[in-house]
Design a protein around this ligand. Structure first.
Ligand SMILES: Nc1ncnc2c1ncn2[C@@H]1O[C@H](COP(=O)(O)OP(=O)(O)OP(=O)(O)O)[C@@H](O)[C@H]1O
Length: 476
């Protein structure tokens, strides 16, 4: 087949679906760098916090117990990224100097009960101990082989005789047989705790336990696990445990037992929100690696930084905006990312947030919201609670759901208000008292689509004739 034939042949099978998309100049050099999962090697404007953490944790490298640390700061202020960066450095240095030091990271939003936290810790240390025992056994069995040929080599070891050596091998094998992982449910908590305790104390080491989103753990399961972890050191013989707690919520320690509170908060490090200039630096650092040269027009980074600074200085939001703006430009096959793309990205992120919030509402709240949406769709705004309630009741009957009292519905409306989905303002009606005027703060069509995607709400039949009559009656 010559070239012409190949081309002709290809044109028959290849519809050019991807060619168009590939033909534009690429915007990104490496998009992964803008994703939340990426841990940056450089964290501008966090030097003070990183140095402070390192000054406290260096004790671990001296074989001492580092003070416990509590890290506070709003979302997206670099707490997790900084703590992970310091942990990686700590473990790397501990390997370099052969000091046994381990950092265990636990995300308490996922691992949110005392049982799960202890089980995860126990299993990690059991795995480490198993690896340690395997290595030791390999070395000792090798020594045993060689000593059987020439027992003189034992003089350089810790063993006086082949019998001693064999006894140590037997002991390790017995330990190995006993190392049983903790199941993810089913054991009494005491047993999980003592298994973790024995696992961590099996060899000499400093274990730094990093509890990210620690406030979620306390909220869900109380402070027992923190109490148990913080008093372990007085009973451990070989190892030491130190805790780093990370929290968005400055007030969560109010709920702690005073002993836990003072032990956990031995050192406190605050991560303040970033201002627009700092966000600009952070974005510039990341953009250098993630975008092609000249892919960003001049005002893109300052605008992303300004938008994110308005939202409590959140670096995650700033990076999301930059990545989404880049993706929108890529989709349009634009040569450059522009201010317009950033504005569209801002709208898109906001809409995604709303969709997520609405999608995860409980059914009753969805019904109340649907009642408000239906009013808006019929051009009726600023309705009062009674009007919402009437349609809500009708919707409940349609899908056979329990009908809540008007008082409960009022509470649900307040919750929707707090989530930023509706706007409920109290207005005075003179001598008729005060009433709430409720309107939707989010786009009506998208909200309706998300609500209808719920299988129960999707079952609502055609309510428009009923609604039309009602609206006509009430508002004309
Ligand atoms: N100084 C910085 N330099 C570079 N990237 C940063 C910096 N601070 C934060 N980031 C990035 O911002 C995103 C959010 O940071 P991080 O997860 O550390 O925030 P956080 O304070 O732990 O937030 P949350 O409490 O919501 O978990 C991550 O992608 C992180 O890499």
């Amino acid at each position: 087949m010559d070239l012409d034939e190949v081309l002709e042949d290809e044109s028959e099978t290849d519809q050019g679906l991807f060619d168009d998309l590939l033909s534009g100049k690429p915007i990104f050099e490496n998009k992964e760098v803008l994703r939340p999962s990426y841990t940056p090697h450089e964290l501008p404007h966090r030097t003070d916090q990183i140095n402070k953490m390192a000054t406290i944790l260096v004790a671990a490298l001296r074989g001492e117990t580092p003070s416990n640390i509590l890290i506070y700061g709003k979302t997206g202020t670099g707490k997790t990224a900084s703590a992970k960066f310091v942990s990686q450095e700590l473990e790397a240095t501990s390997e370099k100097y052969d000091v046994p030091c381990r950092v265990e990271y636990i995300n308490c939003e996922v691992t949110d009960t005392q049982y799960r936290v202890l089980a995860q810790l126990a299993n990690t240390f059991i795995e480490r101990n198993q690896a340690y025992v395997e290595d030791r056994l390999t070395d000792l069995e090798d020594l045993h082989e060689r000593a059987r040929v020439d027992s003189a080599i034992l003089a350089d070891s810790n063993y006086d005789s082949l019998g001693d050596l064999q006894a140590e091998i037997d002991r390790l094998e017995a330990d190995r047989a006993e190392m049983e992982p903790v199941p993810m449910t089913g054991w009494p908590t005491d047993r999980v705790y003592s298994t973790f305790f024995e696992a961590v104390d099996y060899v000499e080491r400093v274990a730094v336990i990093m509890l990210d989103e620690i406030d979620k753990l306390v909220e869900k399961s109380g402070d027992d696990v923190l109490y148990n972890l913080s008093r372990m050191n007085s009973e451990l013989e070989n190892s030491r445990v130190s805790i780093i707690g990370i929290s968005n919520d400055l007030k969560f320690t109010d709920f702690l037992d005073p002993r836990v509170k003072s032990s956990l908060g031995e050192e406190e490090i605050v991560f303040p929100p970033y201002d627009a200039n700092q966000l600009r630096d952070i974005l510039t650092h990341r953009a250098d690696v993630s975008f092609k040269d000249d892919a960003l027009s001049e005002d893109v980074i300052p605008l992303c930084a300004a938008f994110a600074a308005q939202e409590h200085g959140d670096a995650r939001r700033a990076l999301d905006l930059l990545r989404t703006a880049g993706e929108l430009a890529e989709r349009e096959q634009a040569e450059q990312v522009t201010e317009e793309h950033v504005r569209k990205a801002q709208d898109k992120i906001e809409l995604d947030r709303v969709v997520e919030v609405v999608r995860t509402l409980p059914t009753q709240s969805k019904l109340v919201l649907y009642a408000i949406v239906l009013h808006e769709k019929h051009g009726v705004r600023n309705i009062n609670t009674g009007e919402v309630y009437n349609i809500y009741k009708r919707l409940c009957t349609e899908i056979d759901a329990d009908v809540l009292t008007q008082r409960r519905v009022t509470d649900l409306i307040s919750e929707l208000d707090m989530l930023g989905i509706v706007n409920a303002v109290v207005v005075s009606k003179g001598r008729y008292g005060r009433t709430k005027e409720i309107s939707l703060s989010v786009p009506v069509d998208e909200t309706e689509t998300v609500l209808q995607a719920d299988s129960r709400i999707g079952d609502v039949g055609d309510v428009s004739p009923f609604l039309q009559a009602r609206f006509d009656g009430d508002h004309n």
